[in-house]
Design a protein around this ligand. Sequence first.
Ligand code: V55
Ligand code: FE
Length: 495
Amino acid sequence: MVQRFNNPAAQGFFAPQRFEGEVADCEVEGTIPADMDGTFVRVGGEWFYPPKFPDDAALHSDGYVSAFRFKSGRVSYRGRFIQTPRYLSNLAPGRQQFGYYRNLLTNDEAVRTMNSTVSNTAPMAHAGKLYALKEDALPLQLDPVTLDTIGFDDFGGRILSQTLSAHPKVDPLTGEMITFGYEATGPASDDLFVYFIDRAGTVTREIRVKVPYVSIIHDFAISQDHIIFPFGGYTTSMERLAQGKVHWGWDRTLPSMVGIMRRDGDGSDLRWFRGPERCMMHVLNATSEGDKVTLLAPFYESNFFPFFANVDGSPWDPSKAVCFFRKLTFDLSRPGDAWEEEILFPMPVGDLAKVDHRFNSLPTRYGFTSFADPDRPFDEARAGNARGRITNSYGRFDMHTGQVDRFFAGDTHALQECTFVPRRGSTSEGDGYLIGTASNLAEMRTELVIVDAQRLGEGELARVFLPFRAATQVHGYWYEAEELAPVGAARGGQA
Ligand code: V55
Ligand code: FE
């Protein structure tokens, strides 16, 4: 018996369905571009069993993977729970044995030492293999066709960190992946391990450094010369975990931090810059010009997550959970630990922003992200009282001209993160499609929109309809058909 789910944090459209399914040939309106040949993989979460503690972090829901497969103008869908050790071990008792987000001490005795990851954050495809990622554990390999879970991958024993980020970066010029694990030697440890993985999937280098205080390092950036680690505000300690709390608390007295080190160094040149209170989660891109490093990122003013409480006991302040595209510049030729910061667009944006990844680490002009456009209508009678909270639009933010090209998804729709799909054969930045799922709050089902990334204002090229609510994603990426090899196929040295 499953306890009736009754958690205010996941209701209505977002109430768990505990449903896995497949649609062989989805309903489509409009025309799917014929050159889209690949898979849109989404990773997110849904509570299979309700949380042990009703105020647990939403980021602790069970991992769920879904794939929209595009071929010859047609689209299929498959969605599965990720078979983590937590998911599997909960099935026998039929309830949630795992406690607060990233606090093993609050698990039931029977599972206290078990790997408790939910693998619910992002997909990664590298060297032909598909993974689900969460920053508290190693990558969990999935079968790219069936989406079955295969197992954790430590890359032949060469990843010695206990954790690996959900936001690895690939250098588009070499195909090399750079990634890192924080809390690398155990919960609340100040170890940060950086890894270089070549295009064939071999770990070629490890760098070990320390952080000035233990915090979420959720994302990072690479330029051609540097590796850049932004974080701040959230913190933890063994004392905090022993108190039985959720992993992170927000301490507004802590500085925001940006660590910068050379890609070709050994970590000894790592330099920490300090700034004002910020919640720095996701980045857009970074570039280096000699000693000048530029980081483009949508950062929040303060604590974004209500379930990671302020350590001073003050209530969460929604007016500060607001995010702007920012440009941070660092001059490595000068002493001191300050950066310069500029807000690039006056309007608040969603922080799940994307660049054309063919230009990752290189100068870029466009940032794509979803946002709430207050000038667009919302049909409260049909979609419920959600106005003001609805991410109803995608934008292409032009960093050269300041212009924003906008796509509006509909007056009963809430958009999730957008994903950039390059047009096959194209080489100019931003030439491709912007795709992503929209929650149709009136009809209680999920739709996938496909827009020309250079003509957002002209509306969608196509819309794919699912007959149910698909589990919501955290992050999704597009993988060309040739990037995902069937399990068992020969691989290595991909062209
Ligand atoms: C984030 C997401 C996570 C997490 C930590 O968006 C940070 C940031 C979905 O899981 O565990
Ligand atoms: Fe993320």
